[in-house]
Ligand binder design. Structure first.
Ligand code: ZN
Ligand code: ZN
Ligand code: ZN
Length: 376
């Protein structure tokens, strides 16, 4: 039932457009440019992910009126060339025994302020500051938070595939036994099912049974799952390089009345927030809509986290649907809507879908039933 067609490959043109966008946004933000070390930003900008982030410097430098340049250890040049294949990206190798920071410094404006990717090792940033003491740096995620937020068609295609795989995983976990097994056994099933349905990486498999469901950060432990438990299932990872993240709450056997009642509130909050999605509405407005439904029902104090987060080449990134985030929604943005209610010592309920903004509203990338699933 999962769609398995391979996604549209990204082209050198896609990456060139992203590098241009980053350079333009940096200039608009008053930055002299952007420096990016291995991590999600480098993957998104170039398609290149070195085997491991190491003490050897790999650094992309983007600045106006300058060719995009990737400084790379010479021994990794062949891999970098194969991965990027981008004619508009200049590769500069450096060999052990030479100073790569001098080479990087030659590409930076000595008195400029640069956005630096969050995943850059402190070691590399300190060495850049040594080589060029006049330069200043700002966090890339703080200075250009919306850089990766709007997804293009090929990215949306991948997020759709990841969402469908997560839905297929949920459909199958409903048929597995819960009662008498430990949370970690069900978590292992979720991990295996996500991979079976095409994920190359699993980032989290939360199974919160009974009172553990009331802790939103609980992962999965040795607790035996019992009849009558409400169980929060929150799982996701990367497929073709793009994220999935979905949550459903199930009941082991016939749901208790209080679980039904709380679940109904969360379901209404999730639906109301989804219906509020359209271009131009602020991120915080979506949070307010979800929170209003839950507060109205008397559980405002028990909704202890933001309503959602962006998703793309990582499973948590801007935009954040949180009070104080005034960024307007734009077509192509993708994020979770995941209100929850957590009753300490008793149980928790959360429902989460990935949603994308369309011209006229929102579209869900997760389409599993929102009802309280009943498992055995
Ligand atoms: Zn299947
Ligand atoms: Zn989640
Ligand atoms: Zn999430």
């Amino acid at each position: 039932m999962t769609e398995t067609h391979p996604p549209v490959p990204f082209t050198a043109t896609d990456y060139a457009a992203r590098m241009t966008r980053a350079t333009d946004e940096a200039r608009q933000a008053g930055l002299a440019g952007v420096v990016v070390a291995p991590g999600p930003d480098l993957v998104w900008l170039t398609g290149y992910q070195p085997p491991a982030s190491t003490e050897r410097l790999t650094l992309l430098v983007l600045a106006p009126d300058q060719e995009p340049t990737l400084i790379v250890p010479t021994l990794e040049l062949p891999d970098a060339e194969a991965a990027t294949g981008a004619p508009r990206l200049r590769l500069v190798g450096w060999v052990d025994g030479t100073d790569p920071y001098e080479a990087a410094g030659a590409l930076l404006r000595a008195d400029g302020t640069f956005g630096v990717s969050d995943s850059t090792w402190a070691l590399h940033l300190l060495e850049l500051q040594r080589a060029l003491p006049g330069t200043r740096y700002r966090s890339l995620s703080r200075s250009l938070p919306m850089l990766r937020a709007v997804k293009d068609r090929a990215e949306l295609d991948r997020l759709d595939l990841a969402g469908a795989a997560a839905d297929a995983t949920y459909a199958e976990i409903l048929r597995r036994p819960f009662a008498g097994r430990r949370e970690r056994d069900v978590a292992a099933d979720l991990d295996a099912l996500l991979r079976e349905h095409g994920h190359e990486q699993v980032d989290f498999t939360i199974v919160g049974a009974g009172p553990n469901g009331a802790n939103p950060h609980h992962e999965a432990g040795d607790r035996g799952i019992e009849p009558g438990d409400a169980v929060v299932l929150d799982f996701g990872g990367l497929m073709h390089g793009y994220g999935s993240d979905t949550t459903r709450t199930v009941s082991v056997g016939e749901p208790r009345q209080e679980v039904r009642a709380v679940h109904d509130v969360v379901r209404r909050a999730q639906q109301a927030a989804f219906e509020a999605v359209r271009p131009g509405v602020s991120c915080q407005e979506i949070d307010r809509v979800a929170r209003a439904v839950i507060t109205e029902a008397g559980f405002g104090e028990q909704f202890v986290h933001r309503t959602g987060h962006g998703i793309g080449v990582t499973t948590h990134e801007p935009p954040y649907l949180v009070e104080g985030e005034e960024q307007p929604l734009r077509p192509g943005m993708c994020f979770s809507i995941e209100p929850g209610i957590y009753l300490a010592g008793r149980f928790g309920v959360r429902i989460e879908d990935i949603v994308t903004v369309t011209a006229g509203g929102g579209r869900r990338l997760n389409n599993s039933d929102h009802g309280l699933g009943v498992v055995g």
